[in-house]
Write a protein that binds this ligand. Structure first.
Ligand code: ME8
Length: 654
């Protein structure tokens, strides 16, 4: 039976993260989003399988283990314990945690490889290429941006090895047609267009085995080789739901409803992965969503800057729900977002301590004080109640619509609009005055009932976001905490007459910030060590190794010229590329360069820069680039263009 016919199951995955280091707030962000969606689908009553895990093989991990003087297995085992601790602390509800070093995964990878090999989609050849170790990817010269990896901007290494190749190119036309027929497969749409442009430039066959290291899954038909880490890693999505070992379970959840990934690995998930599956004869996942990246206090996280945010420390200080709320409320999923400590504290104080905390505290206190702690359904309604009830129904409906459309921040904003309205409703209905007049008793009962209903329904809607808070609200309202906060219960009028509320308790303590920037939370002081303004313990800069010697004749082949920039603009849909119109003497030409994150186009116009004038043309984002400009960069975000102010355009540089 196909999955469409069996309503009610939902399979969601996160990337499996590299255990080369502990996880940071960016990883926590992605997993929190996936957790929120998994919980939402459980609350819809669906049977959910939520998978996360670790991507343990590859040269990067092997090198890290060597640096630490331990085996790769020992190295990853230690880090995985921290991954799992983080997910527990953050209240992540994953149904399984897949490790690619597990035997269950080795078997799947070897079986798949053998199958594709036997059907003729894998062949062997000698391969020489440019390899980016951090991204575990080979690149072609023409794909590099200023000689660096186009994904991460770091230097690539020349590597040569005998490898097996997977015939990606054979499936290029199939892929383009598939994408055309499935416009929703890649989201957001901007990433879909990027991928189409990438494939239209021509797909190369993919090198899927390595012989230069051995920390990987052995290739079943040639034990000298281990499987390329991405080919290995992507298959985790099948292993996790028992592919090849339990057909009923597998077919219950496959095809996956959503692979949630960061934008930088959309290419692997939307080009390589679908082609692998198609070659295997396995149905394709329904959707791949590439979320944006988190920066911290306006800056890219990096170890050398000392601004990598440890989510465990944040949870210890502010609590898991506060961190989850901030990430899900503040950041628009498809775009990059900023993590800032000040913004986090403001959100906790304004939204959680004030808006939600006060509504609960005021309501439970008033029910205790004015109505003996009992919620009564019968009473007397006024027009303002109808408006509130209408808003409750609208909020639940728009919340579900936003969640299904993956607009997580809009969904939670809608819930907060209801909370604000309810706080205003208290001020407008003045229960403390109603309580003074026995004739107003029916009206008081209705007001208190309505407020308790807003809170009960709010508790259901916020469960995917702040799951530890909903049970607290239920308990204070005197309700038994259910196993699932089902959305079908988020309908006005389901609160039982005669419910006895508990005692009011503070839901979130207000956070005070001292002059030194420390926080005072619930009577405890947390020291805040700001990221050093000056780079303090920056590791010594290690330049790339000098390349092999060349002769003066070799050098003379490179024609370096002074060129004047006459026009400059950003390349549409690319963050990194600028299109420059330059004049070399009398000749005008176009050069595309990956400097958009470092230079504003307007600052370049009129500048005399230095270019390699006789470089073979290359196409980037469909634009023919003739030549390359020279720039110095240290791989840490600093870049300076080589220039020649005052020297005539067209002059040679020797
Ligand atoms: O790429 N902001 O693993 P990885 C937001 N093993 N999200 C971020 C982020 C940031 N600053 N930094 C990382 C790999 N992420 C492979 C995946 S899947 C078959 C193999 C998140 O440890 C984001 O989701 O480098 C990104 O895609 C993922 O972590 C990369 O994790």
């Amino acid at each position: 039976m196909c999955k469409e016919c069996r309503k009610g199951s939902y399979y969601i995955t996160t990337p499996i993260y590299y255990p080369s280091d502990n996880l940071h707030i960016g990883h926590a962000y992605c997993t929190t989003v996936a957790d929120c969606l998994a919980r939402f689908h459980r609350d819809l009553g669906e049977d959910v399988f939520f998978l996360t895990g670790s991507d343990e093989h590859g040269l990067k991990i092997q090198r890290k283990a060597n640096e630490n003087g331990v085996t790769p297995q020992a190295y990853v085992d230690k880090i995985i314990a921290n991954f799992k601790l983080l997910w527990r602390q953050l209240n992540i509800s994953n149904d399984d945690f897949i490790r690619t070093s597990e035997p269950r995964h080795h078997k799947v990878v070897q079986d798949v490889l053998q199958k594709i090999y036997e059907q003729g989609d894998i062949y062997k050849k000698n391969y020489k290429g440019l390899y980016c170790v951090p991204c575990e990817s080979y690149w072609l010269e023409r794909q590099l941006v200023d000689g660096k990896c186009p994904d991460c901007g770091r230097p690539v290494e020349e590597m040569e090895e005998e490898s097996y190749f997977f015939k990606l190119s054979k499936y290029e036309d199939w892929w383009l047609q598939f994408i055309e027929e499935h416009p929703d497969f890649i989201q957001p749409v901007s990433r879909r267009n990027e991928m189409i442009n990438f494939v239209k430039q021509g797909l190369e066959d993919l090198c899927i085995t390595r012989t230069t290291f051995d920390w990987g899954i052995p290739v079943p038909f040639d034990k000298k080789h281990v499987v390329y880490v991405w080919f290995d890693a992507l298959l985790n999505y099948l292993t996790g739901i028992k592919y090849g070992t339990d057909d009923a379970f597998f077919h219950k959840f496959w095809p996956a409803d959503l692979h949630l990934v960061g934008k930088e690995i959309v290419r692997f998930h939307t080009i390589i992965w679908p082609i692998m599956l198609h070659a295997m004869g396995v149905e394709l996942p329904k959707k791949v969503y590439g979320h944006g990246w988190l920066i911290v206090e306006g800056d890219k996280m990096s170890k050398s800057k000392g601004n990598v945010v440890d989510p465990l420390a944040l949870i210890d200080e502010f609590g898991a729900d506060s961190i989850r709320y901030f990430l899900l409320r503040e950041i628009n999923l498809g775009s990059d977002g900023n993590f800032s400590r000040d913004a986090l504290i403001n959100r906790i104080n304004a939204d959680l301590a004030n808006d939600l905390g006060n509504l609960l505290h005021r309501t439970v206190s008033m029910i205790n004080k004015y109505h003996g702690g009992i919620i009564t359904a019968a009473g007397y309604s006024a027009p303002i109640d109808e408006e509130l009830k209408g808003l409750i129904a609208d909020t639940a409906a728009s919340y579900i619509r936003y969640m299904k459309g993956m607009e997580l921040n809009s969904a939670i904003k809608a819930v907060w609009a209801l909370i604000s309205r309810a706080n205003k409703y208290i001020d407008e209905t003045t229960p403390w005055l109603l309580a003074k007049d026995p004739a107003q008793q029916p009206r008081l009962q209705t007001v208190l009932y309505n407020l308790a209903e807003v809170l009960r329904i709010t508790a259901i809607l916020i469960e995917p976001y702040i799951p530890a808070t909903s049970p607290k609200i239920y308990s204070q309202l005197g309700l038994a905490v259910p196993e699932r906060f089902l959305l079908e219960e988020a309908v006005f009028g389901k609160l039982a007459d005669g419910t006895k509320v508990g005692q009011p308790q503070q839901l979130y303590p207000r956070i005070e910030v001292t002059e030194e920037g420390d926080t005072l939370i619930g009577g405890k002081r947390y020291e805040h060590k700001a990221a050093p303004a000056e780079k303090k313990e920056e590791p010594a800069f290690v330049p790339e190794p000098i390349k092999e010697e060349i002769t003066i004749d070799d050098f003379a082949k490179i024609d370096l010229r002074v060129a004047t920039v006459v026009a400059a603009e950003k390349v549409k849909k690319s963050k990194k590329l600028l299109k420059l119109q330059v004049r070399i003497g009398e000749e005008e030409r176009t050069i595309v360069s990956g400097i958009a994150e470092h230079c504003e186009p307007v600052e370049l116009i009129g500048r005399n820069i230095i270019v390699v004038a006789n470089l073979a043309p290359a196409k980037l984002f469909g634009i023919e680039s003739k030549g390359m400009l020279l720039a110095a960069s240290d791989g840490e975000g600093n870049l300076v263009l080589a220039d020649a102010p005052g020297i005539k355009s067209g002059s040679r540089v020797k």
